[in-house]
Design a protein around this ligand. Sequence first.
Ligand code: FES
Length: 134
Amino acid sequence: MQRRSFLSMIFAIIGSISLGSLAYPFLKYLAPPKAEIKAGKQTIRKSDVGDAKEILYQNTPAIIIDRPGKGLIALSRVCTHLGCLLDYDKQKKRLICPCHAGIFNLEGRVVSGPPPKSLTVIPLKVEGEDIVIG
Ligand code: FES
């Protein structure tokens, strides 16, 4: 193998690796977040919730919130913009995305910021002292 063709091959390999390492995050950025929640039930004690409790439902981070005057709601904590995890701000009664400042109300609807749609609401019902989610 001649030196010139060897160097061309090395540069082609390095170029391919560089292009791949740039393309992967870009494609991941463009892909929609997977916030789908499959059917299934989960039970949690009502006394364990308090004002709000973060849970993992079907491998999806979620939160149960006891809304003053409106009762309990279970929402996905996965931001509908790019999939960051939302923080619950009890004082402001909002779910806030730390990535791009998307804000959701306690019904899961977008209040401001870039999120394109509402949060996934997880069905929930109270059975005695238990909350059944899903
Ligand atoms: S990921 Fe939540 S606003 Fe961008």
